[in-house]
Design a protein around this ligand. Structure first.
Ligand SMILES: Cc1ncc(COP(=O)(O)O)c(C=O)c1O
Length: 374
């Protein structure tokens, strides 16, 4: 298999552990291990203490799959397959579903795996472009036109990275109707689910709403535990899940034993875990709002509706975001992610607001802006 470099990951490989402030991270401030263990109940504390480090069940620890299934209405543990992160779930699903001659429609700009793996599998990919002037919303008429007889997979990431887009209920229902009509599978990348700024905005999961819906989840984002590398696919299409399980025999075979137990603890304590994430994100977002209010003619800001990232745009004539971000990291040690890393033009950049050092990072950014954008 030949596959193009994952631009964002190459960019992070260069910068992530070399800068003082990641103002573009997509995850929430990592949960401290000690605090997580304090959340264990009697059963999980014993599972952790008595853990032996052998191979684990390939489909995922039964208790973990039960806990994941409980996140979805009407799902059973056998509707869940555990992976090493969401990334492995995407890799297996797309390889199982798509081959030469098949077609996929994928939201864009976005997480590169969602379309690059399809291309590498030999499928034709149509990007469904989200536009700032449409508040990054899905264009259902456009989507309908993009579907062909060969379309096997529609991929929508919502809450969306990098824009923070979340469809309203009517748009979501329209999307599901289009997917059902087409006969294609609908992969809903829901790794930022549970980070809706208003609980009323939470949409049904893809697997709840569409017969061929597949929900992708992970511990990394809303649950603030990226280091566990535990993700999952949830779907009522058990035949598809079985094919993904067979494919996984060629990737990781099974998940990390300690990670499975830690993920189980985190999911059982999800109210506490998610409340912490929501509080971090809400406080940071207020600070970002205040920043953009101060600089209305230098940046655009379509306020995200969910998640931990947004996609503003630098609007100063003659200054590219790539140059400006390079200057910022050199002068202040603050990293932004220019839209070019998504292959997306127009001077956008991703801001992440899940980290607790945001106030200091923003202060430095503001100082740099005062020196360079006045
Ligand atoms: C939309 C989206 N999907 C999937 C992933 C992959 O998650 P993980 O790195 O935890 O496997 C990410 C990570 O940034 C993401 O933003």
């Amino acid at each position: 298999m030949r596959i193009a470099d994952f631009a964002l990951e190459r960019y992070f490989a260069r910068w992530e552990f070399a800068v003082e402030h990641l103002l573009c991270a997509s995850d929430v401030q990592a949960y401290p291990m000690r605090e997580l263990l304090d959340l264990a109940d009697g059963e999980t504390r014993a599972l952790w203490a008595d853990l032996t480090l052998g191979y684990t069940e390939s489909t995922g620890h039964p208790l973990l799959r039960r806990e994941i299934a409980a996140l979805y209405d009407g799902l059973e543990p056998d509707d869940v397959l555990v992976f090493a992160g969401a990334e492995e779930g995407i890799f297996c699903l797309v390889n199982v579903l798509l081959g030469p001659g098949d077609h996929a429609v994928v939201t864009w700009p976005g997480y590169q795996s969602l379309y690059e793996i399809a291309r590498a599998a030999g499928a034709n990919v149509t990007l469904h472009e989200l536009r700032e002037d449409a508040a990054w919303q899905l264009d259902l008429d456009g989507l309908r036109r993009q579907i062909t007889a060969a379309t096997k997979l529609i991929v929508v990431n919502a809450p969306h990275n990098p824009t923070g887009m979340l469809p309203d209920r009517a748009t979501f229902d329209g999307l599901v109707a289009i997917a059902e009509e087409s006969g294609a599978h609908l992969l809903m990348d829901e790794v930022y689910r549970f980070l809706e700024f208003s609980d009323d905005d939470r949409l049904p999961a893809g697997t709840e709403a569409a017969e061929r819906g597949v929900s992708l989840g992970v511990m990394s984002k809303s649950f603030a535990m990226a280091g566990l590398r535990i993700g999952w696919l949830a779907t009522r299409d058990r035949d598809l899940l079985a094919r993904c399980a067979a494919f996984k025999d060629y990737t990781t075979i099974c998940a990390s034993a300690p990670s499975e137990i830690l993920a189980l603890i985190g999911l059982r304590a999800r109210e506490t875990v998610l409340a912490r994430s929501a509080a971090i994100v809400a406080t940071n977002l207020e600070r970002l709002d205040a920043f953009f209010e101060t600089w209305p003619d230098r940046f655009t800001w379509v306020r995200p509706r969910a998640g931990s990232v947004g996609f503003p745009r630098l609007t100063v004539p003659g200054i590219t975001i790539d140059d400006w971000a390079a200057g910022l990291v050199a002068a202040e040690g603050v990293l932004l992610l220019p839209g070019s890393q998504f292959g997306f033009g127009g001077n956008h950049f991703r801001l992440g607001f899940g980290r607790t050092d945001l106030p200091e990072a923003l202060e430095r950014l503001e100082a740099y802006a005062a020196r360079t954008l006045r």
